[in-house]
Design a binder for this molecule. Structure first.
Ligand code: ZN
Length: 142
């Protein structure tokens, strides 16, 4: 895979430096059967440093995961070597099976079949609450 020459796939650009790895982990990219390039601390005129993830395959990607980790990231969609779309992200209102509830008494700890669903309750402070028990899950970053 030529890092700059993706044929069909996506490039997640403008990731705040240091967050690329978290997106990589949450998207479970190491388990996907395709070429993925995780670039860390790339020099950016706009941002100083940034991370970039390039996925050279048309696999489904959960944009909510990326928006949750870094709502400032952008997604470039590439088809036949051409840029066909740019998506700006925002904090998702709802997260399904992205983060887990940490409350041991939550119904999701006993009922493993239940989806882990969180709702954004405080956009400014980026606070999500479990819809079952209201426990807050705050993202690691500010
Ligand atoms: Zn809960």
């Amino acid at each position: 895979m030529r890092v700059d020459g993706i044929q069909n796939g996506i490039v997640i650009d403008h990731i705040k430096a240091g967050r690329g790895m978290e997106i990589y982990d949450l998207l479970e990219l190491k388990d996907k059967d395709c070429s993925v390039a995780l670039m860390i601390n790339v020099v950016s005129s706009k941002m100083g440093r940034k991370d970039i993830i390039k996925i050279d395959s048309d696999i489904p990607v959960d944009y909510d995961v990326i928006g949750y980790v870094d709502p400032g990231a952008t997604i470039n969609t590439i088809k036949d070597g051409k840029l066909i779309g740019k998506t700006n992200l925002k904090l998702p209102k709802k997260l399904v099976n992205v983060i887990k509830c940490k409350n041991p008494r939550c119904i999701t700890s006993t009922e493993q079949e239940l989806d882990q669903i969180f709702r954004l309750t405080d956009e400014e402070n980026k606070i999500y609450r479990c819809i079952y028990c209201e426990t807050a899950a705050k993202s690691k970053q500010k």
